[in-house]
Write a protein that binds this ligand. Sequence first.
Ligand code: ADP
Ligand code: MG
Length: 266
Amino acid sequence: MNDKAHIVVRDVHKVFKSDERSVVALQDIQLSIPAGQFVCLLGPSGCGKSTLLNAIAGFSLPSSGSITTQGVEVTAPGPDRGMVFQEYALFPWMTVEKNIGFGLEIKGMEPAAIQTRVAELMHKLGLYDFRNRYPKDLSGGMRQRVAIARVLALDSPTLLMDEPFGALDALTRRNLQDELLRIWAELKKTIIFVTHSIEEAIYLADRIVVMTYRPGTIKRDMLVDLPRLRDPASSEFNALKRELGQLVMEEQQRHHNDEMKMALVD
Ligand code: ADP
Ligand code: MG
């Protein structure tokens, strides 16, 4: 365990209790993430990926254990950690430009400085020509660009992304993946990116953390040492895909068995 790492997750457990039952969503999670690393949390639905990301974000604290960023304990959401969700979470009544600048306005930045910063981000993400549009008049891919620009506006060193491209078609998804890699390389952010897509994890990550289904533990923590941009048709890519496919399938099977059991009980 490297205590000097940018983000350290130590002995984290998370239990969700309801009247009928309790679910151990996370168990014994240990992770230390150096600054600038691109980490993907991979696993089938229900294995605790969002729970872990939300705990790092400070939206929902662990039942026990600790999470620190730059040595400081996470107790709430903070400006050092920007979150991008799958469902865009834009303000429908604000234009693209207003949405991106909103966080800066809240921070009390001067309007002229906001305008400069937002214009720069809109250019960076190909949004400038869309600056006066409302979210409802944008495609899913464009909306997600706005969501990313909005987080980048705050200049957080860490980006937390929960299946941000999950709802996009394949071509748009690849475009945004490439864009994200470009931004990551340029701005040197630390990224923790949740996905259930094996291919997406291999395409993006420096490091893939595979999680198990109930309880959510770390099943495998591996570095991906392939040069970028990666070629999904290459033999190295496919060897890794097979290896990870096996690991994820085992967990998917456990998920399936669990559901069958519950169906029999009901
Ligand atoms: P993933 O993001 O990998 O699909 P989640 O982190 O959403 O998984 O969920 C992990 C487990 O915790 C699941 O079994 C889910 O049903 C349970 N869970 C998540 N959030 C809650 C909650 N707020 N209350 C009760 N159970 C929850
Ligand atoms: Mg999730």
